[in-house]
Write a protein that binds this ligand. Structure first.
Ligand code: UD1
Length: 417
């Protein structure tokens, strides 16, 4: 089991190119199942979740090769429509393969998805929508058996919550369905727009991506294409939090500024200065951060649940009290007890966390229990005086590529053992 040894308290300095988005790459890799010919995907990070998606494609009989940040996928030879339980359990995003497999083969058999345990993460919205589109689904012994004997048909789908995964699954099922599908209360995350941009470049008819109502006119065929995955806004937010907690100045390259619209104001409230210039950002933190009145996680364009833990880690060092309200997942404060081990003062009541800033954190032995929680603990460890030993970094590696190398290049003292 790997761990990070971090000697905290060092200022960061330098520039970093932000990696490609995990949450874009995974649904786009699933979407290749709908296409004919060879797809070339650029800016695809070397993450364990990406490796899992490639293993799923290969298990299905497709060819999937990754060289550097480029992935070549050809799904012409697909010969299966099931995903084994071990691959389903590795990540929640494995569920987006369902819409694509059922569209391509008329059948799918898979277990319930795994991923980080953030409280109940049901898939009822996914299944209800697919049923509306003509899929018969039986759930027995934890296995979903899905058939669409007469093919998929367009439907009007009103989501009761703008679920990212459900919106992706519906889009994947709808692009080659008969007729028109309308999704109301669709998720508006940039990763949804990236998926739609990829599909449109393959020949799909999709209108309204990035808005609350998405309309999809089904087509008979989709072709392969070349596509560049968008930069990862959560990795950018994590690097901003690392700079904020250590009073540092860093330069982030390769961003899409508008994707950070709800994240930048939170850091500005703490006194950090953000200068944007053509896809890059100069980020300067003060020696001591000011508190944030209220951070509420919300569906996009609100503050992202994925950036809550890294921002909270920085908030532990603010001069004053910050309040967080986690509205997306019930169990997304698992990093709190470990932050407290580092000397943080945090009180959690249900979905509310009250963070009373302390002057300094100190190194300790801590353990991450989920992906973004691991990122938050690392942000705190970088700021903590003395040595922190962080285990559970397999979670971090699901979403951050060679993060110890990135942080070392900025001057952090971190090594993986
Ligand atoms: C969520 C985040 C996404 C993030 C990802 C990984 C939101 C809106 N979504 O996406 O930004 O990148 O986690 O951390 O912030 N739900 C149901 N039934 C369903 C599907 C979802 O009740 O069928 C509920 C979930 O329990 C959860 C909420 O809806 O409370 C958000 O779920 P959803 O957006 O689907 O989650 P992810 O796709 O995992």
């Amino acid at each position: 089991m790997s761990r990070f040894i971090v000697n905290g308290g060092k200022k960061l300095r330098g520039e970093v190119e932000v990696q490609g988005s995990k949450n874009s790459a995974l649904p786009i890799l699933a979407a290749t199942i709908l296409t004919e010919g060879e797809n070339i995907l650029h800016n695809c990070s070397g993450l364990s979740d990406v490796a899992t998606a490639l293993r799923i494609l290969r298990y299905l009989g497709c060819s999937a090769k990754k060289t550097g940040c480029t992935v070549l996928v050809n799904t012409d030879s697909i010969c299966r429509n099931d995903i084994p339980d071990n691959l389903m359990r590795e990540m929640r995003s494995s569920i987006v393969f369902l819409g694509a497999i059922i569209s391509r083969t008329g059948k799918a058999k898979l277990g319930f998805p795994g991923g980080c345990e953030l409280g109940p993460r049901p898939i009822d919205l996914h299944l209800k929508a697919l049923r509306q589109m003509g899929v018969k689904i039986s759930e027995r012994h934890g296995v979903l058996e899905c058939t669409a004997e007469k093919g998929l048909r367009g439907a009007h789908i009103a989501l009761s919550f703008p679920s990212v995964g459900a919106t992706e699954n519906i889009i994947l099922a709808a692009v080659k369905a008969k007729g028109t599908t309308t999704i109301t209360n669709a998720a508006r995350e940039p990763e949804i727009s990236d998926l739609c941009d990829y599909l449109i470049s393959c020949g799909a008819n999709i209108y309204g991506a990035g808005e609350g109502v998405i309309t999809i006119d089904g087509v008979d065929k989709l072709f392969s294409t070349q596509h560049t995955i968008i930069p990862d806004r959560i990795v950018a937010a994590t690097l901003m939090a690392a700079a904020a907690s250590t009073g540092s100045e860093i330069y982030l390259k390769g961003l899409i500024h508008s994707h950070l619209n709800s994240i930048i104001p939170a850091f500005e409230e703490t006194g950090c200065q953000v200068e944007l210039e053509r896809g890059n950002m100069l980020f300067k933190a003060p020696d001591r951060l000011k508190p944030m009145a209220l951070i509420r996680t919300m569906p996009y364009p609100g503050f992202p649940t994925d950036a809550q833990a890294p921002l909270m880690a920085a908030a532990t060092l603010c001069k004053g009290t910050s309040v967080f309200v986690e509205n997306i997942f019930e169990n997304r404060y698992k990093h709190v007890d470990e932050l407290v081990r580092l000397g943080a003062n945090i009180n959690v009541q249900g979905k509310v966390a009250v963070v009373t800033g302390v002057e300094s954190l100190y190194g300790a032995v801590i353990e991450a229990q989920d992906l973004r929680g691991a990122a938050g603990l690392l942000v705190a460890a970088l700021a903590a005086e003395g040595t922190t030993e962080l285990s559970g970094i397999n979670y971090l590696e699901r979403g951050y590529e060679d993060f110890e190398v990135v942080l070392s290049s900025l001057g952090a003292s971190i090594r993986k053992i």
